[in-house]
Design a protein around this ligand. Structure first.
Ligand code: FAQ
Length: 311
């Protein structure tokens, strides 16, 4: 049964109003947003690792500068998102502590390794492509700070997707070895990219309530379908083969029929058993610990200035 407050809140959502941090909100709404925005922020930060791996080995100075800028953008996205989560009454330190304790998730995709330069192309093309497909509708999400963060993030994300596709065009149009690397990257990143949208609608525990609250605008399966429909022609243009023998155009639904990813693999990755989970968490924890002196110094500096100001 809804209380009068909850009913009034739902009516605001239904009218398309944005909810702001100081407005009344149900505890479940606040918790769901902290979980989703926090997980999203962690993904941006952990997501720097697979690409950071190639900054020192990018094939040209120009590619290196572009990749460096992209990875730096991801750090910025993480920071906007932590700020949006902080407006809900949780601190960035708390969120990071929960991540490091294994009590908060980040996107499954970042537990896969980037083995070749073509993988950097595939990450930009497919992973950023999937991210945009998910984030464009989130620009209309009901929580104001999240929605505004998404608007800015999406602008940068489209540049990321294009730089990835540009790498793929070079590789796919290159010599035989390069073409094989491009195909191999597509083969390895296809299903993990489909998993980014989350479990199938019947397994998605949060979707129904999140859609009533307009935290989510589409279901996981809707966005996965849109992603496949958008990406298959892009693969064809590259002359590459999507690794799915059941992929067929379905005239009636106006979209492709495709094979589901291996969901048992997805749930294993979520449990911490993906190819790189341990390595990713170890890298984050080490970076956090190595940076402790910087945080301490900044706090000491701020305290000193505060003392001087109030003296
Ligand atoms: N990985 O009930 P649902 C990027 C969890 S893009 C890990 O369907 P929900 C850009 C889910 O948390 C990537 N866990 O959940 C970039 C829940 O577990 P919980 C980040 C997943 O929330 C590119 C359980 O499964 N984007 O970083 C995943 O309604 C390149 C049940 O699932 C976002 O986070 C997964 N893939 O829907 C950066 C977008 N899927 O929490 C660097 C915002 C599901 O109860 C380089 N998030 N789970 O323990 C969302 O739209 C939603 O949270 C979904 C999941 C759609 C991801």
């Amino acid at each position: 049964e809804m209380s009068a407050e909850e009913r009034a809140f739902q009516e605001r959502i239904d009218r398309g109003e944005k909810i702001e941090p100081t407005d009344w909100m149900p505890e479940g709404y606040r918790k769901t947003l902290i979980r989703q925005i926090g997980q999203h922020a962690h993904s941006e930060i952990v997501g720097q690792l697979p690409e950071g791996n190639w900054i020192t080995r990018a094939p040209t100075l120009e590619r290196k500068a572009i990749l460096l800028a992209k990875v730096q953008d991801e750090a910025g996205h993480g920071l906007y998102l932590y700020c949006a989560a902080e407006t809900l009454g949780v601190s960035r330190d708390e969120l990071i502590e929960l991540l490091h304790a294994g009590k908060m998730k980040y996107s499954s995709i970042f537990n896969y390794p980037t083995l070749t330069w073509a993988d950097i192309g595939a990450v930009g093309w497919l992973v950023d492509g999937a991210a945009i497909m998910n984030q464009v509708p989130l620009q209309r999400t009901s929580f104001g700070p999240y929605s505004r963060a998404m608007i800015r993030i999406c602008k940068e994300e489209s540049f990321h997707q294009r730089q990835g596709y540009d790498i793929m065009m070079k590789m796919a149009g290159g010599n035989e070895a390069q073409r094989r690397m491009a195909q191999d990257a597509l083969d390895r990143f296809w299903y993990p990219s489909l998993m980014m949208f989350g479990p199938s609608d019947k397994e998605s525990v949060h979707s129904a309530q999140s859609m009533v609250w307009k935290i989510k605008i589409n279901t996981n399966d809707e966005l996965r379908q849109k992603f496949v429909d958008q990406t298959v022609p892009q693969a064809q243009y590259l002359g590459l083969t999507v690794p799915d023998e059941h992929l067929t155009w379905n005239e009636e639904k106006g979209g492709y029929d495709f094979s589901e990813p291996d969901w048992s693999e997805f749930f294993e990755v979520l449990k911490g058993n993906g190819p790189c989970n341990r390595e990713r968490m170890a890298a984050r924890v080490k970076a956090w610990e190595d940076g402790a002196w910087v945080r301490d110094a900044l706090m000491a500096h701020a305290d000193k200035h505060e003392a001087a100001r109030t003296a």
